[in-house]
Design a protein around this ligand. Sequence first.
Ligand SMILES: Cc1cc2nc3c(=O)[nH]c(=O)nc-3n(C[C@H](O)[C@H](O)[C@H](O)COP(=O)(O)OP(=O)(O)OC[C@H]3O[C@@H](n4cnc5c(N)ncnc54)[C@H](O)[C@@H]3O)c2cc1C
Length: 398
Amino acid sequence: MDLLNSGGINPKPLLVCSGGTSSRCAAHDHWTLDLRSRFKKLIVEPEKNKIQIGGGVLMGELIEELAKYNQSFPIGLSGITGVGYILTGGISPLSRSEGLAIEKVIELSGVWGNGEEFSIKKPNSSSPQNQKNIWRALTSAAPYLAIITGLSLQTQKIPEITVIQSRVNDQQLLMLIKEAEAWPDIASLQWAWGEEIEVYIVISNKDMTSVSLIKELTMLMKGFSGLKQTNLTGLYNCPPFPNKKRANSNSNKENHSEVLGLIGPEWKSNCKEIISEITYSMRNRPNLSCHIAAQQLGGITNIKTKDTNSFIYSGAMWKPWITASWPADDKYTKQRSIDWLEKFWSRLEPYCPGIHLAQMHPHLDWHKKEIEKTFKEWLPALKELKASHDPMGNMPSL
Ligand SMILES: Cc1cc2nc3c(=O)[nH]c(=O)nc-3n(C[C@H](O)[C@H](O)[C@H](O)COP(=O)(O)OP(=O)(O)OC[C@H]3O[C@@H](n4cnc5c(N)ncnc54)[C@H](O)[C@@H]3O)c2cc1C
């Protein structure tokens, strides 16, 4: 805290590591504050449907602990991500019916970029505007303003889940995307396009709607390659997605990567063009490990109370993320892969104009553009808050 306060962080910014899964939790010549060993608190309050966690808890650890109390939390597609998953929005395969992870946060504590400690509760409608703005800033833009050391989260009863997996061709994917846009909120479609195309449908078994949807999908996908259905309690033991071996033929080598998450509305009649754009970019990828995948949004994530957090995504239905990947130390392929990602982005931009800033890229040329597309008209107010709570720019820039 003294270092933050006195401007002693040099070079800036200070990097923070929770799960350590993104490319910017550590970098050459930068300080990293690694929360993974000392911020592991997990205190469940089952009677209040609440859990207090430390800033270094992994999402797998969180739901494993909650499962002991028959409780759950909408984690993402992997248990290895940390609190960074929640702080950057947190899109779960259950978000269409349960909401985003960030919407489940009810208390936050930590240290601002200027070294001052804080502890804040989710405001209500009569809270002062200043408190509402601070809460809005910390929920999805915290990595630019503060170090979050503790969170209280709302939890829910552990859900029964069915996962349907299959390998598909581009036409089958197109058909499923169109179908998924009309599904009830209890179902979401995830897909990954690497060497093969893989689909991963998650259905929470809430009522008879799920039974008839599962039946319908079983008929619709009859004869699809590798069709498999798994029934589970909670997300903890979900089959892995994407299947690394299929998404990445170079998996025996050490690869480095950069990931860009886009956000877009329903694709409806544009689906065919979008699939053509993806086919073109995938054919022209510089390295077999480069790939694209997507998660489905929509459902209750589009009925949030306006302006309550910094995840700005009005009307979103799809979050495709493009991964540029290259063998470690291969600078030539690295540059080609990043150029490929940028071109791919421009091809999908008309259909997916927003950004989900799950991985920050202050070291890349497009950082300014991705920040503007993430926070939109809320960015000037965020910058004002940064000027008062992190005036020396100890945290990553906005
Ligand atoms: C295998 C895998 C699956 C994924 N699945 C999903 C998914 O389903 N849905 C989804 O929305 N995203 C998903 N992501 C993206 C992931 O949630 C983000 O990249 C997230 O930022 C990772 O957080 P982390 O704590 O694991 O990583 P880290 O690299 O430790 O942190 C990521 C960023 O968050 C900041 N940060 C982390 N902790 C703190 C803190 N306590 N205080 C302040 N800043 C902090 C760091 O500065 C860093 O820039 C996935 C990523 C991976 C690798």
